[in-house]
Design a protein around this ligand. Structure first.
Ligand SMILES: CC(C)(COP(=O)(O)OP(=O)(O)OC[C@H]1O[C@@H](n2cnc3c(N)ncnc32)[C@H](O)[C@@H]1OP(=O)(O)O)[C@@H](O)C(=O)NCCC(=O)NCCS
Length: 179
């Protein structure tokens, strides 16, 4: 990783971080006036994609979304703040953390309402993965996220490999098909 002082290749998370703000309207909600999970996921995906493309300086696609948690309902009339920043970059992929806050504009209270981790891959015009610059964490919080992102990646890749093996095993016919 090249994050030494004066190095030009690594970037701090603050350079690509975004905050997006939305007002929840009736067309974003279900019959009870609660924000639809799918609508929130779209907003989260877009915020995270902006971070990924800003950091990579390339077109990025969503490869995986994991650990998504909806903690509190968000209602029509609430303000949604979506904070997204890059946690760590690997070879061609990077992890973006997204935290959602619900704000009640009447009394000003702000509550943590949802979180997720999204993995993006930088690609060229033919869909071929391209290298991304390293992330250079600066603050204690950014260093914590950087360390934890590596653990999540290992779990993600191990699970992917396990599922691949399982599918390979179950695809083997025990009995040859009848002629
Ligand atoms: C994501 C995609 C480009 C990966 O292509 P691929 O041929 O599998 O590429 P590779 O196996 O070489 O992996 C490239 C990187 O992606 C990562 N990756 C691939 N699939 C992943 C997954 N499901 N979860 C996490 N990371 C993944 C790999 O770990 C690797 O990262 P690294 O280079 O940092 O180590 C390809 O699967 C794709 O185009 N998917 C569709 C993406 C899309 O359209 N998203 C929008 C939703 S419709």
């Amino acid at each position: 990783m090249t994050c030494a002082q004066g190095s030009s290749s690594g970037k701090p998370p603050s350079e690509s971080a975004v905050e997006m703000v939305h007002l929840v309207l009736p067309n974003h909600a279900n019959q009870l006036g609660n924000l639809l999970g799918g609508q929130l996921m779209q907003w989260m995906d877009i915020a995270a994609a902006l971070v990924a493309m800003r950091h990579a300086g390339k077109v990025c696609v969503t490869a995986a979304v994991d650990s998504i948690s909806f903690l509190e309902p968000i209602r029509v009339g609430h303000i949604v703040h979506i904070l997204a920043s890059v946690n760590r970059a690997f070879r061609t992929s990077l992890e973006v953390g997204v935290k959602v806050f619900r704000e009640d504009p009447i009394n000003g209270t702000r509550t943590h309402a949802a979180s997720a981790y999204l993995t993006f891959v930088a690609i060229d015009q033919y869909g071929k993965p391209l290298p991304v610059p390293p992330v250079c964490p600066q603050t204690a919080e950014e260093h914590r996220r950087y360390r934890e992102a590596e653990l999540r990646r290992q779990q993600r890749l191990a699970q992917r490999e396990l599922l691949r093996q399982l599918r390979h095993e179950t695809a083997k016919p025990d009995v040859p098909p009848a002629e």
